[in-house]
Design a protein around this ligand. Structure first.
Ligand SMILES: C=C(O[C@@H]1C=C(C(=O)O)C=C[C@H]1O)C(=O)O
Length: 391
């Protein structure tokens, strides 16, 4: 095979790790054997690198992994000669973590202050052609555990939510321990099978409640929220505009609906279409969409610049895309949210919220707190840890 290899030393510890594994409503896909790292690069060189890597491989080869949030950062992809579509052993009962320390970066108050800054920028922009219409601001929760975190146990615990795709992707090693991105995302960036494509953007959120009446109220308030509908419409419009040049048919047959995970309600819109060229790789379509205003903002470059200024911690692969693409172009790419970077005894959890004019800084801070719940629960920690006391 003629695959540009990255420094083998850097990836030595990645051998026999679950390089990429996805488990969701559309089934299981996992790298098999000893995958080979693709030459790392940015979104700009992705198509060429995919075609070079697939050139000498068999038809059942897959390329999977993670694209970073910032398009100018380098991705982390693996070529697997075959894939495993079976279930894996579940270790659901295994307790995942005993936390030694948990801290937030930034805490709720500082996050709310950053949201206020963003709202002020939007107000100052009024009337400008390139006015900031939406920005997604994220924050981080760091957890240090007494024992190394078991990725298999964590993945199994995340995979019990039928409203999500649980995933695990190996990341480039930059320290003494292997790193992985592990999560359960409810958001499909792009799936492709033959000529058929599907994207299922989410934007507009409310926390679920174990109390049925409160849960119903949260859901109906979300359905009627003008702020959430505006926030959502920006994403759908962007995806339709971006996919249109690739498609001979594109539509949202069901309109915008409510959808849920075990911990959150969301507004979601199913977008379906037929591509003109059935061979276009799903990864190329995903990269052209990414980052959508569901995780970045509008205008995209302005929001991206402000995210670098307003967020104290770099996003890395959070809010990027995780997925796989087959040699014939089929594949599925998910928005890398509700996830954590895990390395030995350290977990860095990420959560963000979309800000539009009319957003309430305190409510957005609470929303990020709620979005940590699934990961915290899977780690065996109290799900409301990020809602209180971590200022
Ligand atoms: C950015 C995140 O989620 C995104 C933002 C949402 C929102 O602002 O309502 C909803 C779903 C996701 O598109 C996250 O979970 O970290």
């Amino acid at each position: 095979m003629n695959i540009p290899l990255h420094d083998a030393q850097q990836y030595a510890s990645a051998t026999d790790r679950g390089h990429f594994r996805f488990c969701g409503p559309t089934g299981h896909v996992a790298a098999a054997g000893a995958p080979i790292p693709l030459q790392q690069g940015t979104a700009q060189t992705l198509e060429q690198r995919l075609s070079d890597a697939f050139a000498d491989s068999d038809d059942d080869a897959l390329i999977g992994g993670a694209m970073p949030f910032h398009r100018s950062d380098r991705d982390c992809l693996w070529l697997s000669r075959s894939c495993n579509r079976g279930m894996w052993n579940t270790e659901r009962d295994q307790a995942c973590a005993v936390a030694e320390r948990i801290w937030a970066e930034p805490g709720i108050a500082d996050y709310a202050a950053a949201v206020s800054d963003a709202l002020q920028i939007m107000e100052q922009d009024t009337g400008r052609a390139d006015a900031l219409r939406k920005i997604v601001l994220a924050r981080v929760l760091k957890v240090r555990t007494r024992h190394p975190i078991s990725l298999d146990a964590l993945l199994s615990r995340l995979a019990i939510d039928p409203g999500t795709t649980a995933f695990r992707v190996a990341l480039p090693d930059d320290g003494p321990h292997p790193r992985a991105l592990v999560g359960a995302t409810p958001e499909l960036l792009l799936e492709k099978q033959g000529k058929h494509i599907l994207s299922y953007p989410l934007a507009g959120s409310a926390r679920r409640s174990p109390d049925m009446v409160k849960d119903c109220n949260a859901c109906s308030d979300l359905a009627q929220s003008d702020k959430d509908r505006r926030e959502h419409a920006i994403v759908v419009e962007y995806i339709l505009d971006t996919l249109a040049p690739y498609c001979e048919q594109l539509s949202c047959p069901d309109g915008t609906r409510l959808t849920c995970t075990r911990s959150m309600w969301h507004l979601g819109t199913r977008i379906i279409g037929h591509v003109k060229d059935r061979d276009v790789p799903s990864a190329v379509l995903a990269a052209s969409l990414h980052p959508t205003p569901a995780v970045c903002g509008l205008p995209c470059q302005r929001a991206d610049d402000l995210i670098r200024q307003l967020e104290p911690t770099s996003r890395g692969f959070y809010a990027g895309a995780v997925g796989w693409t087959a040699k014939n172009g089929d594949g599925a790419w998910h928005v890398a949210i509700r996830c954590a970077e895990i390395s030995d005894c350290d977990a860095t959890l990420f959560a963000g919220a979309g800000i539009v004019p009319g957003s309430d800084p305190k409510a957005e801070a609470q929303e990020t707190g709620s979005k940590f719940a699934a990961l915290l629960h899977a780690l065996g920690l109290p799900a409301d840890t990020a809602l209180t006391g971590l200022n």
